[in-house]
Write a protein that binds this ligand. Sequence first.
Ligand SMILES: Cc1ncc(COP(=O)(O)O)c(C=O)c1O
Length: 400
Amino acid sequence: MRIKFVDLAAQNLEIRERVDAEMTELHQNTAYIGGPHVKAFEEEFAKFLGARRAIGVSSGTDALRIAMIAAGIGAGDEVITTPLTFIASAAAIFQTGARPVFVDVDPDTGNLSPSKLRSYLSEGHWSAPNGPRAILPVHLYGMPAPMSEINEIAQEFGLKVIEDACQAHGASIKTGQGRAMAGTMGLAGCFSFYPGKNLGAWGDAGAVVTNDDELADRIALLRDHGRLSHYAHEEFGYNARIDAMQAVVLRAKLELLGEWNLRRRKIAEAYRNLLAKFDVTLPVEPDGIESVYHLFVIRSDRRDAIREELLINDIECGIHYPVPLHLQPACRSLGYRHGDFPVSEHIADTVLSLPMHPHLTSRQVVRVATAVRTALQPNVDLAAGAAKGDKDSFAERLRA
Ligand SMILES: Cc1ncc(COP(=O)(O)O)c(C=O)c1O
């Protein structure tokens, strides 16, 4: 049986009853745009994160773009981010009129490196007239970036911090007062509810969270044609609203998110135990940081061999990301070259994302780990019962 990379159908089974009932009601009252479900979801998501406000928008990319525009970022500004992320982090910066500037990542976590950030800012060679105005850290794979260091640097250089929390719903960092959620430690935090995320909709959706009421009001205005009332428009805005059907799905899944994240952490622990003695680099969780393992990403110089073994065994996997952003054709005009960000480039050449979702069974986890181990050490002893059972059925399929 195929092991899926993500299993959205299994999630749907858990929410079906509630969503069916609420969709039926929605089709009767036909409040498809805005309405009580959107408002309730915004309140519930803000509460889940411990933030003052959450504003639903149409995608994670729009969350980033609109948060930055509302924060006053635009033409002539630089926004600093990491090259080891999804294209949308840089695209959203570009869409505000600002220039994306990359700083290399920490070799252990793959998140923005505070020391390299400081070096860039201290050198003072800007590529846009106004110089840096903001930092956009990405909580890569669900692992929070080092926010206290980043915030300290931002304060020192007078920069705003907009968090790309699109992969980190519910991830947290220990603070003096308890724990702070990813997305709530900067001026604004941006989330994607793309279906495969830890909290995923049945289509595109996103949200911005912030503790700043003025910023929240401007974001709410910008996402809806700059609207004050139906035909009163304060400024030119966007059509970037979240729709009520997505809010229905997200409200139902939000109730389960804590439990689903816990299951992801348990699966990550099982992978760690099964792969500990093998020659692969496992994700590092720095002290006080709690990842929600949107992805479980291992590293190996033999990445391609492991990938092949997984595929032969009918196990889906991914590479996040095979090309760092500074080497993407879309970023050509920024003038970066191969070798500019060696850590990100090395990571891109060696990473492999194993199946990770809350409905993976322990038997499946063993099967994945066994395939990884086989690729690394072809004579591995497959003593574990579950692994042996799976291996046998695989052998049977090969014979068939
Ligand atoms: C790090 C990161 N930033 C931004 C986005 C963009 O989100 P969306 O696809 O909802 O626009 C994603 C989603 O894939 C992401 O992973």
